[in-house]
Design a protein around this ligand. Structure first.
Ligand code: UD1
Ligand code: UDP
Length: 379
Protein backbone atom coordinates (compact mmCIF):
# COMPACT_ATOMS: atom_id res chain seq x y z
CA UNK A 1 0.00 0.00 0.00
CA UNK A 2 1.37 3.41 -0.99
CA UNK A 3 1.39 6.28 1.47
CA UNK A 4 0.16 9.65 0.26
CA UNK A 5 0.35 12.94 2.12
CA UNK A 6 -1.88 15.69 0.72
CA UNK A 7 -0.75 19.11 1.95
CA UNK A 8 -2.61 22.40 1.64
CA UNK A 9 -3.11 25.58 3.61
CA UNK A 10 -5.27 28.26 1.99
CA UNK A 11 -8.90 28.50 0.88
CA UNK A 12 -8.36 27.92 -2.85
CA UNK A 13 -6.00 24.99 -2.29
CA UNK A 14 -8.55 23.40 0.03
CA UNK A 15 -11.39 23.80 -2.48
CA UNK A 16 -9.26 22.32 -5.26
CA UNK A 17 -7.78 19.47 -3.17
CA UNK A 18 -11.05 18.44 -1.47
CA UNK A 19 -12.40 16.39 -4.41
CA UNK A 20 -9.00 14.69 -4.74
CA UNK A 21 -9.01 13.67 -1.07
CA UNK A 22 -12.48 12.21 -1.58
CA UNK A 23 -11.42 10.37 -4.73
CA UNK A 24 -8.34 8.82 -3.08
CA UNK A 25 -10.49 7.76 -0.13
CA UNK A 26 -12.48 5.54 -2.52
CA UNK A 27 -9.36 3.36 -2.91
CA UNK A 28 -8.32 2.37 0.62
CA UNK A 29 -6.77 -0.95 -0.49
CA UNK A 30 -4.26 0.84 -2.68
CA UNK A 31 -3.58 4.12 -0.89
CA UNK A 32 -3.11 5.17 2.72
CA UNK A 33 -4.05 8.85 2.39
CA UNK A 34 -3.54 11.48 5.05
CA UNK A 35 -4.24 15.20 4.94
CA UNK A 36 -1.93 17.80 6.45
CA UNK A 37 -3.08 21.40 6.59
CA UNK A 38 -0.50 24.08 7.25
CA UNK A 39 -3.39 26.42 8.12
CA UNK A 40 -1.67 29.28 6.32
CA UNK A 41 -5.30 30.44 6.35
CA UNK A 42 -7.45 29.66 9.38
CA UNK A 43 -11.11 30.76 9.17
CA UNK A 44 -11.14 30.70 5.36
CA UNK A 45 -9.62 27.20 5.35
CA UNK A 46 -11.95 25.88 8.05
CA UNK A 47 -15.00 27.02 6.07
CA UNK A 48 -13.92 24.69 3.25
CA UNK A 49 -12.98 21.77 5.52
CA UNK A 50 -16.42 21.96 7.09
CA UNK A 51 -18.26 22.10 3.75
CA UNK A 52 -16.39 19.09 2.33
CA UNK A 53 -16.30 17.27 5.69
CA UNK A 54 -12.53 16.78 5.70
CA UNK A 55 -10.83 16.13 9.02
CA UNK A 56 -7.06 16.55 8.57
CA UNK A 57 -4.81 14.06 10.36
CA UNK A 58 -2.24 16.84 10.84
CA UNK A 59 -2.96 20.53 11.47
CA UNK A 60 0.13 22.72 11.75
CA UNK A 61 -2.04 25.72 12.75
CA UNK A 62 0.50 28.22 11.42
CA UNK A 63 -1.53 31.33 10.55
CA UNK A 64 -0.52 34.49 12.33
CA UNK A 65 -2.31 37.83 11.82
CA UNK A 66 -0.41 39.92 9.26
CA UNK A 67 2.09 37.11 8.65
CA UNK A 68 5.04 37.69 6.30
CA UNK A 69 6.55 35.43 3.67
CA UNK A 70 9.83 34.83 5.51
CA UNK A 71 8.34 33.52 8.74
CA UNK A 72 5.62 31.55 7.01
CA UNK A 73 8.00 29.80 4.60
CA UNK A 74 10.40 28.86 7.38
CA UNK A 75 7.62 27.64 9.68
CA UNK A 76 6.04 25.41 7.02
CA UNK A 77 9.31 23.66 6.20
CA UNK A 78 10.26 23.20 9.85
CA UNK A 79 6.84 22.08 11.04
CA UNK A 80 6.38 19.61 8.19
CA UNK A 81 9.57 17.77 9.14
CA UNK A 82 8.09 15.73 12.04
CA UNK A 83 4.97 14.94 9.99
CA UNK A 84 7.09 13.63 7.12
CA UNK A 85 9.39 11.71 9.46
CA UNK A 86 6.48 10.15 11.27
CA UNK A 87 4.28 9.20 8.29
CA UNK A 88 7.10 8.66 5.73
CA UNK A 89 4.91 9.18 2.63
CA UNK A 90 5.85 7.78 -0.77
CA UNK A 91 4.15 10.74 -2.42
CA UNK A 92 3.53 14.30 -1.28
CA UNK A 93 0.74 16.09 -3.15
CA UNK A 94 0.78 19.88 -3.31
CA UNK A 95 -1.46 22.30 -5.17
CA UNK A 96 -0.97 25.49 -7.12
CA UNK A 97 1.30 28.35 -6.17
CA UNK A 98 0.97 29.52 -2.58
CA UNK A 99 3.72 29.68 0.04
CA UNK A 100 2.31 26.42 1.40
CA UNK A 101 2.77 24.84 -2.04
CA UNK A 102 6.36 25.97 -2.50
CA UNK A 103 7.53 25.26 1.06
CA UNK A 104 5.76 21.86 1.22
CA UNK A 105 7.32 20.77 -2.05
CA UNK A 106 10.75 21.65 -0.64
CA UNK A 107 10.00 19.69 2.54
CA UNK A 108 8.59 16.77 0.55
CA UNK A 109 11.72 16.71 -1.61
CA UNK A 110 13.97 16.80 1.48
CA UNK A 111 12.07 13.82 2.92
CA UNK A 112 12.77 11.68 -0.15
CA UNK A 113 9.11 11.46 -1.17
CA UNK A 114 8.08 11.97 -4.79
CA UNK A 115 6.41 15.34 -5.24
CA UNK A 116 3.12 15.47 -7.17
CA UNK A 117 1.89 18.90 -8.26
CA UNK A 118 -1.77 19.59 -8.97
CA UNK A 119 -2.52 22.62 -11.20
CA UNK A 120 0.98 22.42 -12.64
CA UNK A 121 2.38 24.46 -15.49
CA UNK A 122 0.61 27.81 -15.11
CA UNK A 123 2.97 30.63 -16.04
CA UNK A 124 3.01 34.37 -16.68
CA UNK A 125 6.83 34.41 -16.99
CA UNK A 126 6.72 37.67 -15.03
CA UNK A 127 8.56 37.21 -11.74
CA UNK A 128 6.50 39.95 -10.05
CA UNK A 129 3.00 39.14 -11.31
CA UNK A 130 1.45 37.45 -9.57
CA UNK A 131 3.81 37.96 -6.61
CA UNK A 132 5.06 35.65 -5.17
CA UNK A 133 2.94 32.98 -6.89
CA UNK A 134 4.78 32.91 -10.24
CA UNK A 135 8.04 32.05 -8.51
CA UNK A 136 6.31 29.66 -6.10
CA UNK A 137 5.01 27.58 -8.99
CA UNK A 138 8.28 27.67 -10.89
CA UNK A 139 10.18 26.43 -7.81
CA UNK A 140 7.51 23.78 -7.21
CA UNK A 141 7.80 22.73 -10.85
CA UNK A 142 11.55 22.11 -10.45
CA UNK A 143 10.94 19.90 -7.41
CA UNK A 144 7.98 17.99 -8.85
CA UNK A 145 8.17 14.41 -10.11
CA UNK A 146 4.61 14.13 -11.48
CA UNK A 147 2.88 17.18 -12.95
CA UNK A 148 -0.91 17.29 -13.23
CA UNK A 149 -1.58 20.11 -15.69
CA UNK A 150 -5.11 21.51 -16.00
CA UNK A 151 -4.94 22.33 -19.72
CA UNK A 152 -2.87 21.62 -22.83
CA UNK A 153 -1.46 25.15 -22.62
CA UNK A 154 -0.11 24.45 -19.14
CA UNK A 155 1.40 21.18 -20.38
CA UNK A 156 3.11 23.12 -23.20
CA UNK A 157 4.64 25.48 -20.61
CA UNK A 158 6.14 22.48 -18.81
CA UNK A 159 7.47 20.93 -22.03
CA UNK A 160 9.23 24.23 -22.78
CA UNK A 161 10.98 23.78 -19.42
CA UNK A 162 12.20 20.35 -20.56
CA UNK A 163 9.94 18.35 -18.27
CA UNK A 164 9.59 14.76 -19.49
CA UNK A 165 6.25 14.41 -21.28
CA UNK A 166 5.71 10.99 -19.58
CA UNK A 167 5.60 12.74 -16.22
CA UNK A 168 2.85 15.19 -17.24
CA UNK A 169 -0.86 14.42 -17.32
CA UNK A 170 -3.46 16.87 -18.60
CA UNK A 171 -6.40 16.47 -16.25
CA UNK A 172 -8.61 19.56 -16.31
CA UNK A 173 -8.74 21.67 -13.17
CA UNK A 174 -9.98 20.00 -9.99
CA UNK A 175 -11.89 23.24 -9.22
CA UNK A 176 -14.41 22.13 -11.85
CA UNK A 177 -14.78 18.78 -10.07
CA UNK A 178 -15.56 20.72 -6.88
CA UNK A 179 -17.96 23.05 -8.68
CA UNK A 180 -19.87 20.31 -10.49
CA UNK A 181 -20.13 18.24 -7.30
CA UNK A 182 -21.58 21.22 -5.42
CA UNK A 183 -23.50 23.51 -7.79
CA UNK A 184 -26.84 21.70 -8.17
CA UNK A 185 -27.20 21.14 -4.44
CA UNK A 186 -26.30 24.77 -3.76
CA UNK A 187 -28.91 26.02 -6.26
CA UNK A 188 -31.56 23.70 -4.80
CA UNK A 189 -30.87 24.55 -1.19
CA UNK A 190 -29.60 28.13 -0.77
CA UNK A 191 -28.52 28.77 2.80
CA UNK A 192 -30.47 31.17 5.07
CA UNK A 193 -27.53 33.58 4.79
CA UNK A 194 -27.70 33.97 1.00
CA UNK A 195 -31.51 34.05 1.06
CA UNK A 196 -31.36 36.97 3.48
CA UNK A 197 -28.74 38.74 1.37
CA UNK A 198 -30.75 38.14 -1.78
CA UNK A 199 -33.82 39.73 -0.17
CA UNK A 200 -31.79 42.89 0.42
CA UNK A 201 -30.79 42.95 -3.26
CA UNK A 202 -34.44 43.25 -4.23
CA UNK A 203 -34.07 41.71 -7.73
CA UNK A 204 -31.43 44.27 -8.71
CA UNK A 205 -28.51 43.42 -11.02
CA UNK A 206 -25.61 42.17 -8.94
CA UNK A 207 -21.94 42.95 -9.30
CA UNK A 208 -19.90 40.45 -7.27
CA UNK A 209 -16.39 41.52 -6.27
CA UNK A 210 -13.39 39.74 -4.74
CA UNK A 211 -9.75 40.82 -4.50
CA UNK A 212 -6.62 40.01 -2.57
CA UNK A 213 -3.46 39.85 -4.73
CA UNK A 214 -0.29 41.08 -3.06
CA UNK A 215 0.85 43.03 -6.13
CA UNK A 216 -2.40 45.05 -5.88
CA UNK A 217 -1.89 45.94 -2.18
CA UNK A 218 -1.45 49.69 -1.62
CA UNK A 219 -2.19 51.94 -4.62
CA UNK A 220 -3.78 49.15 -6.67
CA UNK A 221 -6.47 48.51 -4.07
CA UNK A 222 -7.13 52.23 -3.66
CA UNK A 223 -7.75 52.54 -7.43
CA UNK A 224 -9.99 49.44 -7.38
CA UNK A 225 -12.05 50.84 -4.49
CA UNK A 226 -12.32 54.28 -6.13
CA UNK A 227 -13.68 52.62 -9.28
CA UNK A 228 -16.25 50.61 -7.32
CA UNK A 229 -17.30 53.73 -5.44
CA UNK A 230 -17.86 55.64 -8.70
CA UNK A 231 -19.86 52.75 -10.18
CA UNK A 232 -22.03 52.49 -7.05
CA UNK A 233 -22.74 56.23 -7.01
CA UNK A 234 -23.39 56.60 -10.75
CA UNK A 235 -25.47 53.42 -11.05
CA UNK A 236 -27.73 53.47 -8.02
CA UNK A 237 -29.94 50.71 -9.50
CA UNK A 238 -27.01 48.29 -9.20
CA UNK A 239 -26.13 46.32 -6.06
CA UNK A 240 -22.51 45.44 -5.31
CA UNK A 241 -21.68 42.52 -3.01
CA UNK A 242 -18.07 42.26 -1.89
CA UNK A 243 -17.03 39.42 0.46
CA UNK A 244 -13.82 40.97 1.74
CA UNK A 245 -10.69 38.83 2.11
CA UNK A 246 -9.43 38.75 5.72
CA UNK A 247 -5.95 40.04 4.91
CA UNK A 248 -5.59 43.32 6.89
CA UNK A 249 -3.91 44.93 3.85
CA UNK A 250 -7.19 44.36 1.97
CA UNK A 251 -9.66 44.98 4.80
CA UNK A 252 -8.29 48.42 5.65
CA UNK A 253 -8.64 50.26 2.29
CA UNK A 254 -11.87 48.45 1.40
CA UNK A 255 -13.60 49.38 4.66
CA UNK A 256 -12.21 52.92 4.59
CA UNK A 257 -13.22 53.74 1.00
CA UNK A 258 -16.32 51.59 0.51
CA UNK A 259 -17.90 51.46 3.98
CA UNK A 260 -21.24 53.30 4.27
CA UNK A 261 -22.20 53.32 0.59
CA UNK A 262 -25.82 52.28 0.37
CA UNK A 263 -25.62 49.88 -2.57
CA UNK A 264 -22.29 48.30 -1.60
CA UNK A 265 -22.51 45.32 0.76
CA UNK A 266 -19.17 44.56 2.39
CA UNK A 267 -19.48 41.13 3.97
CA UNK A 268 -17.20 38.47 5.47
CA UNK A 269 -15.75 35.80 3.16
CA UNK A 270 -18.58 33.52 2.11
CA UNK A 271 -18.47 29.78 2.67
CA UNK A 272 -17.78 28.03 -0.65
CA UNK A 273 -21.39 26.93 -1.27
CA UNK A 274 -22.69 30.45 -0.57
CA UNK A 275 -20.09 31.94 -2.87
CA UNK A 276 -21.07 29.59 -5.71
CA UNK A 277 -24.68 30.67 -5.19
CA UNK A 278 -23.65 34.34 -5.35
CA UNK A 279 -21.59 33.77 -8.52
CA UNK A 280 -24.61 32.16 -10.11
CA UNK A 281 -26.81 35.08 -8.98
CA UNK A 282 -24.35 37.72 -10.25
CA UNK A 283 -24.62 39.59 -13.54
CA UNK A 284 -20.93 40.52 -13.63
CA UNK A 285 -17.95 39.39 -11.55
CA UNK A 286 -15.00 41.67 -10.87
CA UNK A 287 -12.04 39.88 -9.31
CA UNK A 288 -8.31 39.30 -9.19
CA UNK A 289 -8.80 35.70 -8.04
CA UNK A 290 -7.34 32.76 -9.93
CA UNK A 291 -10.04 30.29 -8.92
CA UNK A 292 -12.92 32.60 -9.76
CA UNK A 293 -11.50 33.07 -13.29
CA UNK A 294 -11.77 29.30 -13.69
CA UNK A 295 -15.23 28.84 -12.18
CA UNK A 296 -17.06 31.76 -13.80
CA UNK A 297 -16.84 30.54 -17.45
CA UNK A 298 -18.57 27.31 -16.39
CA UNK A 299 -21.41 29.36 -14.93
CA UNK A 300 -21.53 31.64 -17.99
CA UNK A 301 -20.60 34.79 -16.08
CA UNK A 302 -18.58 37.64 -17.60
CA UNK A 303 -15.47 38.39 -15.55
CA UNK A 304 -13.39 41.54 -15.37
CA UNK A 305 -9.99 40.57 -14.01
CA UNK A 306 -8.11 43.21 -12.04
CA UNK A 307 -4.69 42.09 -13.19
CA UNK A 308 -2.28 43.17 -15.92
CA UNK A 309 -1.43 39.63 -16.92
CA UNK A 310 -2.92 36.19 -16.34
CA UNK A 311 -1.61 32.65 -16.24
CA UNK A 312 -5.10 31.57 -17.26
CA UNK A 313 -5.29 32.62 -20.94
CA UNK A 314 -7.94 30.01 -21.79
CA UNK A 315 -10.83 32.06 -20.42
CA UNK A 316 -9.55 35.23 -22.12
CA UNK A 317 -9.36 33.29 -25.42
CA UNK A 318 -12.87 31.93 -24.84
CA UNK A 319 -14.06 35.54 -24.47
CA UNK A 320 -15.54 35.29 -20.95
CA UNK A 321 -12.72 37.17 -19.25
CA UNK A 322 -11.28 40.64 -19.90
CA UNK A 323 -8.14 41.92 -18.16
CA UNK A 324 -8.74 45.40 -16.75
CA UNK A 325 -5.75 45.76 -14.40
CA UNK A 326 -6.20 48.22 -11.55
CA UNK A 327 -6.83 51.28 -13.73
CA UNK A 328 -9.97 52.90 -12.25
CA UNK A 329 -11.24 54.30 -15.55
CA UNK A 330 -10.79 50.97 -17.33
CA UNK A 331 -12.68 49.10 -14.58
CA UNK A 332 -15.52 51.63 -14.84
CA UNK A 333 -15.61 51.65 -18.67
CA UNK A 334 -15.64 47.85 -19.01
CA UNK A 335 -18.33 47.52 -16.35
CA UNK A 336 -20.53 50.06 -18.13
CA UNK A 337 -19.88 48.38 -21.49
CA UNK A 338 -21.29 45.14 -20.03
CA UNK A 339 -24.24 46.89 -18.40
CA UNK A 340 -25.17 49.00 -21.42
CA UNK A 341 -24.35 46.85 -24.44
CA UNK A 342 -26.54 43.78 -24.46
CA UNK A 343 -24.79 42.14 -27.43
CA UNK A 344 -21.42 42.49 -25.73
CA UNK A 345 -22.90 41.12 -22.48
CA UNK A 346 -24.41 38.13 -24.27
CA UNK A 347 -21.14 37.37 -26.07
CA UNK A 348 -19.25 37.37 -22.79
CA UNK A 349 -21.82 35.36 -20.87
CA UNK A 350 -22.01 32.22 -23.00
CA UNK A 351 -20.92 29.11 -21.12
CA UNK A 352 -17.43 27.64 -21.64
CA UNK A 353 -15.56 24.86 -19.91
CA UNK A 354 -11.92 25.57 -20.80
CA UNK A 355 -10.82 24.30 -17.38
CA UNK A 356 -12.25 20.83 -17.43
CA UNK A 357 -15.14 18.39 -17.37
CA UNK A 358 -15.21 17.57 -13.67
CA UNK A 359 -13.21 14.32 -13.97
CA UNK A 360 -9.75 15.66 -13.11
CA UNK A 361 -9.48 13.77 -9.81
CA UNK A 362 -10.44 10.42 -11.36
CA UNK A 363 -7.68 10.95 -13.95
CA UNK A 364 -5.14 11.77 -11.26
CA UNK A 365 -5.97 8.71 -9.14
CA UNK A 366 -5.95 6.45 -12.22
CA UNK A 367 -2.52 7.80 -13.17
CA UNK A 368 -1.22 6.96 -9.68
CA UNK A 369 -2.68 3.44 -9.89
CA UNK A 370 -1.08 2.84 -13.27
CA UNK A 371 2.21 4.22 -12.03
CA UNK A 372 2.21 1.72 -9.17
CA UNK A 373 1.24 -1.10 -11.52
CA UNK A 374 4.10 -0.21 -13.88
CA UNK A 375 6.55 -0.16 -10.95
CA UNK A 376 5.30 -3.55 -9.73
CA UNK A 377 5.76 -5.06 -13.20
CA UNK A 378 9.28 -3.66 -13.49
CA UNK A 379 10.34 -5.40 -10.23
C1 UD1 B 1 -2.67 33.65 0.11
C2 UD1 B 1 -1.70 33.20 -0.97
C3 UD1 B 1 -2.22 33.50 -2.35
C4 UD1 B 1 -3.64 32.97 -2.53
C5 UD1 B 1 -4.52 33.50 -1.41
C6 UD1 B 1 -5.91 32.90 -1.52
C7 UD1 B 1 0.72 33.26 -0.55
C8 UD1 B 1 1.92 34.10 -0.46
N1 UD1 B 1 -0.43 33.90 -0.79
O1 UD1 B 1 -2.72 35.08 0.10
O2 UD1 B 1 -1.38 32.91 -3.32
O3 UD1 B 1 -4.12 33.37 -3.79
O4 UD1 B 1 -3.97 33.12 -0.15
O5 UD1 B 1 -6.82 33.60 -0.73
O6 UD1 B 1 0.78 32.07 -0.37
N2 UD1 B 1 -6.18 35.95 7.20
C9 UD1 B 1 -7.05 35.69 8.24
N3 UD1 B 1 -7.80 34.54 8.18
C10 UD1 B 1 -7.77 33.68 7.15
C11 UD1 B 1 -6.90 33.98 6.08
C12 UD1 B 1 -6.10 35.09 6.12
O7 UD1 B 1 -7.13 36.43 9.20
O8 UD1 B 1 -8.48 32.67 7.15
C13 UD1 B 1 -5.32 37.16 7.28
C14 UD1 B 1 -4.19 36.98 8.32
O9 UD1 B 1 -3.94 38.21 8.92
C15 UD1 B 1 -3.00 36.56 7.45
C16 UD1 B 1 -3.25 37.43 6.22
O10 UD1 B 1 -4.67 37.38 6.02
O11 UD1 B 1 -1.75 36.80 8.04
C17 UD1 B 1 -2.51 37.03 4.98
O12 UD1 B 1 -2.68 35.64 4.69
P1 UD1 B 1 -1.66 34.95 3.64
O13 UD1 B 1 -2.05 33.54 3.44
O14 UD1 B 1 -0.25 35.21 4.05
O15 UD1 B 1 -1.88 35.80 2.31
P2 UD1 B 1 -3.15 35.91 1.38
O16 UD1 B 1 -3.22 37.33 0.95
O17 UD1 B 1 -4.32 35.30 2.04
N1 UDP C 1 -14.44 31.81 -2.61
C1 UDP C 1 -15.20 31.49 -1.49
N2 UDP C 1 -15.72 32.51 -0.73
C2 UDP C 1 -15.53 33.82 -1.04
C3 UDP C 1 -14.74 34.13 -2.17
C4 UDP C 1 -14.20 33.11 -2.93
O1 UDP C 1 -15.40 30.31 -1.18
O2 UDP C 1 -16.04 34.69 -0.32
C5 UDP C 1 -13.85 30.70 -3.40
C6 UDP C 1 -14.05 30.77 -4.90
O3 UDP C 1 -15.22 30.07 -5.28
C7 UDP C 1 -12.78 30.12 -5.44
C8 UDP C 1 -11.75 30.38 -4.37
O4 UDP C 1 -12.46 30.78 -3.21
O5 UDP C 1 -12.93 28.71 -5.56
C9 UDP C 1 -10.78 31.45 -4.78
O6 UDP C 1 -10.00 31.80 -3.71
P1 UDP C 1 -9.11 33.12 -3.66
O7 UDP C 1 -9.68 34.14 -4.57
O8 UDP C 1 -8.92 33.46 -2.23
O9 UDP C 1 -7.69 32.60 -4.18
P2 UDP C 1 -7.04 32.41 -5.63
O10 UDP C 1 -7.93 31.54 -6.41
O11 UDP C 1 -6.86 33.77 -6.22
O12 UDP C 1 -5.73 31.79 -5.33
Amino acid sequence: MKKILIVFGTRPEAIKMAPLVKEFELHPEEFDVRVCVTAQHREMLDQVLTFFDIKPQYDLDLMKPGQDLYGLTAAIITELKPVLENFRPDYVFVHGDTTTTMASSIAGFYSGAKVCHIEAGLRTHNKYAPFPEEINRQITGRLTDYHFAPTNASKENLLRENIDTNNILVTGNTVIDALIQSVEKVKREPSPLVKELDNKLNNASLLLVTGHRRENHGDGFIRICEALKTIAIERKELQIVYPVHLNPKVLEPVNRILGNIENIHLIEPLAYHDFIWMMDRAKIIITDSGGVQEEAPSLGKPVLVMRETTERPEAVDAGTVILVGTNSQKIINETYALLDDDTHFKEMSSRHNPYGDGNACIRIVNFMKELELKKALEK
